[in-house]
Ligand binder design. Structure first.
Ligand SMILES: Cc1cc2nc3c(=O)[nH]c(=O)nc-3n(C[C@H](O)[C@H](O)[C@H](O)COP(=O)(O)OP(=O)(O)OC[C@H]3O[C@@H](n4cnc5c(N)ncnc54)[C@H](O)[C@@H]3O)c2cc1C
Length: 328
């Protein structure tokens, strides 16, 4: 029997977040192989406006709840909507992008559906007969675990951002259908009242395709301008080790690692970062790692694809200039 795949379409400021496109494309592949449909769920005012984009990246149907109370994340209400949508479309699999919001939501929705949830997957297979099989990094990325949800339905899973391809999109149209659900006070006991940026950051480090990260080798906060310049030239985001976040050089939103964000960009450039295991936990699944460190024995070189042994105060500005020249 074919299985439908439900995808949660997270939006920020009305825009669909990039990990949603990766999740939709993955759902499309699974549904095509199994003969099912891909259904997307979008919440909040204007949810239907993103239907064309969701269709292009894989959705056959888009369920919406345009209730103004859902403009910002409300944990219980979002979980209730996702659970209701799963029942409505008879989903065998519910996929949620593994963003901060998505990880909270998926576990809550799975609890409501009294089913199992596999988190932070870096690979996934699913069909109705065999259920879900996937892989996820464990022990701070030191090992890969196989996970399976053989019988519980719908199987719920979160996908690690930047690991799955988003695809280029295709000509496809989706029917937009309002989901009938009462969002009463009982579902709004926990709600976000306001979202404030800690500072202007155009690209979220967790979702960026390129991350340039700085560590204690920068010596002082002002020198982060070198990292910002290179990130700006490459169109990437700024990351940081915990040492410099603890020192107050840069806000925690930029921290990569075990107690920061997990990133999997196409390119990660570590500048003046030693490569402690807790830092590696957040970035070792990056596709291409470049390390710049003056100590040839620094552990970061063990995970790096390219290592530059040198003084970052010379290497980083030279790289920035080279990138700018190449782009010009
Ligand atoms: C429970 C726990 C959780 C943690 N979570 C995290 C986490 O989420 N993320 C995280 O990053 N850390 C985390 N840490 C801290 C981690 O153990 C390290 O202390 C931290 O990552 C070190 O940061 P760093 O590499 O910037 O500094 P250092 O280890 O001091 O390394 C600085 C590096 O810069 C190089 N350097 C110095 N000058 C130059 C120069 N001019 N040019 C080039 N290179 C230069 C040095 O050779 C050195 O390798 C955690 C620790 C614990 C105990």
């Amino acid at each position: 029997m074919a299985s439908n795949v439900l995808v949660f379409a997270e939006r920020r400021d009305g825009q669909v977040k990039r990990p949603v496109l990766e999740t939709l494309n993955t759902a499309r592949g699974l549904a095509d192989a199994d003969g099912g449909q891909v259904v997307a769920l979008a919440l909040g005012p204007g949810a239907g406006d993103c239907a064309a984009e969701l269709a292009r990246f894989g959705a056959d149907r888009v369920l919406t709840v345009e209730n103004p109370a859902l403009e910002l994340y409300a944990a219980q209400a979002y979980a209730a909507c996702l659970a209701q949508a799963a029942k409505e479309c008879d989903a065998g699999l519910v996929l949620v992008p593994g963003t901060l919001l998505g990880r909270d939501l998926a576990a809550r929705a799975a609890a409501r559906l009294e089913t199992a949830c596999a988190s932070d997957l870096i690979s996934i297979e699913f069909d109705e007969a065999n259920g879900l099989r996937g892989k996820r990094p464990i022990y701070s990325g030191q090992a890969i675990a196989g996970v399976a949800i053989p019988t519980a339905r719908p199987a719920v899973a979160t996908l690690r951002p930047n690991v799955f391809a988003a695809g280029d999109g295709a000509e496809r149209e989706a029917a937009v259908e309002p989901l009938a659900i009462e969002v009463g006070d009982d579902l709004l006991r926990v709600r976000t009242t306001e979202v404030r940026g800690s500072e202007k950051q155009d690209v979220d480090v967790a979702e960026a395709g390129i991350v340039v990260a700085g560590g204690r080798g920068l010596k002082e906060a002002e020198h982060f301008s070198l990292i910002r310049d290179l990130a700006g030239a490459l169109g990437g985001a700024v990351g940081a080790s915990r040492a410099v976040v603890d020192a107050g050089w840069i806000p925690h939103a930029h921290q990569v690692g075990q107690t920061g964000k997990v990133v999997s960009p196409g390119l990660y450039i570590a500048c003046g970062i030693s490569g402690a295991i807790q830092h590696l936990a957040g970035m070792s699944s990056s596709k291409l790692i470049v390390a710049i460190n003056k100590d040839p024995e620094a552990p970061i070189f063990k995970v790096a694809d390219y290592g530059i042994v040198g003084d970052l105060f010379e290497v980083v500005p030279a790289l920035t200039e080279a990138v700018r020249k190449a782009k010009a």
